[in-house]
Design a protein around this ligand. Structure first.
Ligand code: KG4
Ligand code: ZN
Length: 346
């Protein structure tokens, strides 16, 4: 820890239902990654309850930060900068992380770097793929977002496609609830699909007329709900595994097709996945095969770096720090922050 060149980022993430802190060295080496998941608390209600999330973040934030420093074997004074997710996300949840980061940075006299949550998801790919560098195309699919992003350079993004309605993860969660799998739906649909027939039921693959790379999942979600209601009205049992596998195939087909088209159009020879849905085994397999057919190198993070974590914020924070980003003490939570939008102090 004596090397003056070394950049150690303490990162904080609290945009939804994970309270997380991490220490990242020189942008790519994760020294610690502490995640307190609130999933059990929210399962009771079938989804994230914002007020409960904020309260739990307050309770846990100092604990996870202390553990992140201890696990990394780093003292606060050795940290170079403090990075924090400042948007998008639940405002009350974001505020806890932003306030904690500001207090720590102020008290320890360290620079403060605000990070966009999606930028964090994208940067998760750098952790285990040391050779990966921009430019590349990234499909970011999580509970709140479905974006196709051209990563032109570190901190330089062009959104080339996005969902017009539901996010991919949201569709997974709603379909899981409709067929009685509970919350959070994504991993459960993934799991049960292995026992189902993906060709059993044909669900629509929506096209968005005026944009080749945009997504729409609400029609698909309604088609699944209608199918399930139809079965119930006829007194027929719903085959959970077949519905899950058929729904999952419809989502994966659209995500894969649009991503490959965009990669070809933007001449990207590298394609990465990011976000919670990126841990879906069928999506990884289908995208891997499609990329191989087209001569595109394929990247994805391990599941622990796909779902919300602070290590990814530490990586993004490092590159923003290197670009000279420093935020003021008036940094605020921005629930609808756009990717690439100026964060205070830039
Ligand atoms: O990135 P993330 O942790 O939080 C947001 O930024 O939204 O993503 C959570 C989402 C949830 O909708 C969850 O159901 C979905 O990711 N997810 C999955 C899988 N694991 C998590 N969806 C499909 N298959 C999975 N294996
Ligand atoms: Zn996320």
């Amino acid at each position: 820890m004596e090397n003056k060149e070394e950049v150690l980022v303490l990162a904080i993430e609290s945009s939804c239902d994970e309270t997380a802190a991490a220490v990242v060295k020189d942008g790519r080496e994760v020294l610690s990654n502490i995640i307190y998941s609130q999933i059990d608390l929210h399962t009771l209600y079938g989804g994230v309850v914002p007020e409960i999330a904020s309260r739990k973040h307050i309770e846990k934030i100092n604990q996870v930060v202390e553990r992140a420093l201890a696990d990394a074997g780093v003292l606060l004074e050795q940290i170079t900068a403090v990075a924090v997710t400042c948007g998008p996300g639940l405002v009350g949840a974001l505020l806890v992380g932003v306030s904690a980061a500001k207090a720590i940075a102020f008290a320890a006299d360290k620079p403060l770097v605000g990070v966009h949550h999606i930028e964090g998801h994208i940067c998760a790919n750098y952790i285990e793929n040391r050779e990966l560098e921009p430019p590349f195309l990234c499909l970011v699919v999580s509970g709140g977002h479905s974006h196709l992003v051209m990563v032109k350079g570190y901190g330089e993004y062009e959104v080339v496609g996005r969902t017009r309605d539901d996010a991919a993860g949201e569709a997974f969660d709603k379909v899981a609830r409709a067929i009685g799998l509970g919350y959070p739906g994504g991993p459960k649909v993934d799991q049960i699909s292995r026992e189902g027939n993906p060709e059993a039921i044909f669900f629509p693959r929506a096209k968005v007329g005026d944009s080749a790379y945009d997504f729409s999942f609400s029609g698909l979600k309604s088609a699944v709900l209608n199918y399930v209601n139809g079965c119930k009205m006829r007194g027929e049992a719903v085959n959970q595994a077949d519905v899950a596998a058929s729904f999952q195939k419809a989502v994966v087909d659209v995500l894969t097709e649009h991503s490959i088209h965009a990669a070809v159009a933007y001449k990207a020879d590298k394609l990465a996945l990011a976000g919670g849905v990126a841990s879906n085994s069928h999506l990884r397999e289908a995208m891997g095969k499609a990329c191989a057919r087209c001569g595109i190198a394929f990247y994805h993070p391990s599941p622990v770096f796909c779902t919300d974590n602070a290590a990814m914020i530490g990586v993004a924070g490092y590159y923003e720090y290197k670009r000279g980003v420093r935020c003021g003490w008036d940094l605020n939570a921005i629930p609808n922050l756009k990717l690439g939008e100026r964060i205070h102090g830039r």
